[in-house]
Design a protein around this ligand. Structure first.
Ligand code: C5P
Length: 409
């Protein structure tokens, strides 16, 4: 490990939350590495953690008194639990036991560490450590999913031989790897190097030189995803229909009007992408022919003949090799059922289904993420929001990143 990988830890305030697990002994070395890299470390231990390693050891290594009581008049007179919650730049829970993850997911506040985490606005990283059976249990996995979609970062676990004699996933990351992972959380760029193409906004299909068919898509969701992905270091190529939005900093944009132009722009760049996210509300039909002059209102009725537009995401998903394919489904009813159907029918890797009428043009969104599980016909789901489109965009990117990492294995 080169020392410059830890450079971003200098002067950072790290609150190390320790819960009960044999891996707690690794926190001694972890604290030493963090301090050596210039971080300030305060330690909070649960009762169970103190069964494995003494507060005195952690106090000697961190140079600060260890906090472990929620209701302690002496401690509250010094740095009280709310002050402590406001203090860190990062909360790192290591080891994070299965029981602790369950309590955190449930919003419990029965001890100092869970109370701090409920009160704190600092980013939180979790380094799980447990027996492989406990790790693989659906209850633990559900809790993790809940925590990840709330914005908690998961560091590890590793796989290998365990203290209990088992072999499998659940080992806490080694101290050096954990310190490096913490350092990378302070450098912008958790998506660094990932190439993402995003379509956004509506398309417009001309009827004559002054009229067109379109829809109410504002482009806000696609632009929020582009902005958040670029801010996280991804190389973003945005293929945008006509919208009234500013192109986010660092985003390459191709402006298009029609569905066929959007498809051509996507095809021109798709081979260089790791991920494709189709957020655009592509017009499903276009006039069979565009009248070259303005149509005069000389008749009481007007017949328009429409033809199907190409399905952009479907066309791209049929290619091989292809990037990770992520779709959206805006529906007015049966949101989840139509979403599941679209995930399978369009051969997508991940789909975000949402209710159309409350979402178009709005700054907020509630979406259900749907993807295939490891069992045949198994569909996994997770609800994101309701929250602002920027926050939900970050949660979506976190899921996209997880699916992309899984697809690389
Ligand atoms: O079939 P539906 O329009 O509901 O599918 C929505 C998803 O498909 C979105 O990801 C959208 O961007 C994409 N789509 C597309 N080309 C179309 C229609 C939809 O890429 N012609």
């Amino acid at each position: 490990m080169s020392s410059n990988k830890l450079a971003t830890l200098a002067n950072k305030r790290i609150l190390l939350g320790m819960t009960g697990g044999i891996a707690a002994y690794k926190c001694a070395e972890l604290t030493r590495i963090l301090i050596k890299a210039g971080a300030e470390v305060r330690v909070v231990m649960t009762k169970a953690a103190m069964e494995f390693i003494t507060p005195l050891t952690m106090q000697a290594l961190s140079g600060n008194r260890v906090h472990h009581e929620l209701l302690d008049a002496d401690a509250e007179a010094g740095m009280g639990h709310i002050e402590l919650a406001r203090w860190p730049d990062l909360v790192l829970v290591a080891p994070a036991s299965a029981d602790f993850l369950a309590r955190l997911a449930g919003g419990h506040a029965g001890d100092l560490l869970t109370t701090l985490l409920l009160a704190s606005k600092a980013p939180v990283a979790l380094a799980p450590a447990m027996n492989q059976g406990m790790w693989l249990n659906a209850a633990t996995q559900n809790n993790l999913l809940t925590l990840q979609t709330r914005g908690y970062t998961l560091l590890g676990p590793d796989s290998g031989s365990q203290a209990c004699g088992d072999t499998g996933p659940g080992r806490m990351l080694e101290p050096a790897a954990l310190a490096e992972a913490c350092a990378s959380l302070f450098s912008p760029g958790w998506l660094t190097g990932l190439r993402i193409m995003i379509t956004a906004g509506p398309t417009r299909e001309a009827i004559d030189p002054v009229r067109y068919i379109s829809n109410h898509s504002s482009g806000k969701m696609g632009y929020a995803l582009a902005a958040e992905a670029a801010a996280a270091g991804a190389r973003v190529s945005l293929i945008s229909g006509p919208v009234n939005l500013t192109v986010p900093e660092g985003v390459q944009v191709v402006q298009v009007v029609t569905a066929r132009e959007m498809l051509d722009a996507c095809l021109a760049g798709i081979d260089a992408q790791d991920v494709f996210v189709g957020v655009a509300a592509v017009a499903d039909y276009r006039p069979a022919e565009v009248v070259s002059h303005k149509i005069k209102k000389t008749t009481d009725t007007l017949q328009l003949s429409l033809v199907r537009n190409p399905d952009i995401i479907g066309t791209l998903a049929a290619r091989s090799p292809r990037p990770l394919m992520v779709g959206f489904a805006a529906e007015t009813d049966n949101v989840e059922a139509y979403g599941e159907d679209k995930l399978t029918r369009k051969r997508l890797d991940l789909l975000f289904a949402n209710e159309a009428t409350t979402t178009f043009g709005s700054d907020a969104i509630c979406a259900t993420a749907l993807w295939h599980g490891t069992e045949p016909h198994q569909i996994m789901s997770n609800v994101l929001g309701p929250a602002g489109k920027s926050l939900v965009a970050r949660q979506m990117l976190s899921l996209i990143h997880t699916r992309w990492l899984a697809a690389q294995q």
